[in-house]
Design a protein around this ligand. Structure first.
Ligand SMILES: Nc1ncnc2c1ncn2[C@@H]1O[C@H](COP(=O)(O)OP(=O)(O)O)[C@@H](O)[C@H]1O
Ligand SMILES: [Mg+2]
Length: 197
């Protein structure tokens, strides 16, 4: 599965990717990371210095998680190498994570290959374009998302969520407006009040 993570700087994109990497590692999958900012990605990840090095490695070793942070620093808009990662790499059983600051950092052809998209706080332009693309007004609210909160689009369905840093977990709300626990308690309340009435 290919994942895209978008959002303005310091919103928690890299942290979210690290949690996904950790979860994949717990299932025995090894991540191959290209990160121009040189963050620490844990002891188990393989760090590469260039996209060429990543692709060479991915051609020789199957079933890896290919992570490209700050995509715009690696790829030009029409760089065919990103299409190799998004399309061809699947035949080698790889999955991937693309991380970018703006919608335009990742070409549409790559985006459409991504089964899930996480969007952190973003510009109005990206909010408009994403809400049009997925036909969902919830995506208009990404301009107002607090830090570390995101909207996840999966199977064209958008849901709110946030990254719990102390627990290193990804929490996705079941309803588009409120977390499961809140939703359950309001349902419980409405049941009680209807019984009283
Ligand atoms: N959910 C969170 N709660 C608290 N701090 C966080 C959370 N996610 C990330 N951070 C911290 O916020 C800073 C920015 O996060 P980072 O993931 O690097 O953002 P980005 O990749 O979007 O620039 C980092 O110092 C990180 O440790
Ligand atoms: Mg980052």
């Amino acid at each position: 599965m290919h994942t895209l993570i978008l959002g303005q700087p310091e919103m928690g994109k890299t942290t979210l990717a690290k949690i996904i990497v950790r979860q994949a590692e717990a299932r025995g999958k090894i991540a191959v990371v290209l990160d121009p900012l040189g963050d620490h990605w844990g002891e188990n990840s393989i760090i590469v210095e260039s996209i060429e090095q990543m692709i060479d490695y991915a051609k020789e070793n199957e079933n890896k998680l290919l992570v490209i942070d700050e995509s715009a620093m690696t790829f030009d808009r029409y760089d065919p190498k990103q299409f190799w990662v998004a399309k061809v790499s699947r035949h080698m059983l790889h999955s991937s994570i693309f991380i970018g600051q703006n919608l335009t950092d990742v070409p549409r052809g790559v985006r459409t290959q991504c089964t899930q998209v996480f969007v952190f706080a973003s510009s109005r332009t990206d909010a408009k374009n994403l809400s049009d693309e997925y036909d969902d007004d919830l995506l208009l609210t990404i301009t107002k998302l607090p830090k570390f909160h995101f909207i996840r689009i999966h199977n064209r369905k958008a849901m709110r969520g946030f990254v719990d840093f102390p627990k290193m977990t990804i929490n996705i709300h079941q309803s588009s407006s409120m977390p499961v626990s809140e939703k359950d308690s309001s349902l419980a309340k409405s049941k009680i009040s209807s019984r009283i009435a």
